[in-house]
Design a protein around this ligand. Structure first.
Ligand code: SF4
Ligand code: SF4
Length: 206
C-alpha cells in the first residue's frame, strides 16, 4: 500500500460511527472560555478497550447512542424539540453531514484517525476511506497535536485534584444551562433555539 501523509476526505463516517470521544481539560476550558456550553451531552464512560488503552478507568466523553444514559438525555432534549442523531456523536449534524462544533472540536477529533501514540486507530484501518487509500502517515501538525492530546489526557486524569477540577467545570457548565432553562420559562419553540445555541448551532452556519 502506498503510504502518504493523511488527508481527511471530510466524509464524516467517523462522526456517524458512535466512537468514544475522550475529552480533556483543554477541551472543557476551550468551551468554557468560548461560552460553548455542551454539558447536556457529556457523560462519564467507564472502562472499555479505549479507556484501557489510555490507561484510564474512565473518561469524560460526548454522548452517543452507545452510552447507557443516552436515552435519558435524548428524552430530555427531545422534550424540548432538539433532535439528536440515532447513532453517532451527538454533535454530528446528520442533515448537513458536519460537526456542529467543528472549529472547537475536541483534541481527539483533531488528531483522528491517529491515536495519542500516532498509530492509526483500529476503526479507521477498516473504515476510513482516506486510510484505506494509503493516507496513513501523520503530518507534522497532527504529530504536534497528538503530543498535546497525550499531555492533556495525563493532565486531565492523573490525580484526584485534576478530576475534581474537571468535574467542577462540567458541573458549572451544566448548572448554567439548567438554571437558565428554569429561570427563563420560555416558550418551547424559543427554548428549542436556546438549547441549540448552547450546543453551538451557530458553528454550523458560521
Ligand atoms: S478521518 Fe476518515 S472517516 Fe473521518 S472524516 Fe476523515 S476521511 Fe472520513
Ligand atoms: S465532536 Fe464533532 S468532530 Fe468530534 S466526533 Fe463529534 S461530530 Fe465528529
Amino acid at each position: 500500500m502506498r503510504r502518504d501523509t493523511f488527508k481527511c476526505f471530510r466524509c464524516s463516517a467517523c462522526c456517524a460511527a458512535g466512537l468514544l470521544v475522550p475529552l480533556t481539560k483543554f477541551d472543557f476550558q476551550e468551551w468554557v472560555l468560548s461560552k460553548c456550553y455542551l454539558p447536556v451531552i457529556l457523560t462519564v464512560k467507564e472502562s472499555n478497550t479505549i479507556t484501557e488503552s489510555l490507561g484510564l478507568d474512565y473518561v469524560y466523553t460526548l454522548m452517543s447512542h452507545r452510552h447507557s444514559s443516552y436515552k435519558y438525555v435524548r428524552d430530555v432534549l427531545q422534550h424540548y424539540g432538539v433532535k439528536l442523531p440515532e447513532r453517532g456523536c451527538a454533535l454530528y449534524a446528520q442533515e448537513h453531514s458536519t460537526c456542529r462544533i467543528y472549529r472547537r472540536r475536541p483534541l481527539v477529533c483533531r488528531i483522528f484517525p491517529f491515536t495519542a501514540s500516532l498509530t492509526v486507530c483500529d476503526w479507521a484501518r477498516d473504515n476510513c476511506e482516506a486510510v484505506r487509500r494509503g493516507h496513513c502517515l501523520p503530518t507534522y501538525d497532527l504529530a504536534k497535536l497528538a503530543e498535546l492530546y497525550s499531555r492533556e489526557i495525563e493532565r486531565t486524569y492523573d490525580s484526584e485534584r485534576a478530576l475534581r477540577e474537571i468535574e467542577e467545570l462540567r458541573r458549572s457548565i451544566f448548572d448554567k444551562v439548567v438554571s437558565k432553562m428554569v429561570r427563563d420559562r420560555v416558550h418551547l419553540e424559543v427554548l428549542r433555539y436556546y438549547l441549540l445555541s448552547y450546543i453551538n448551532f451557530t458553528e454550523l452556519n458560521g
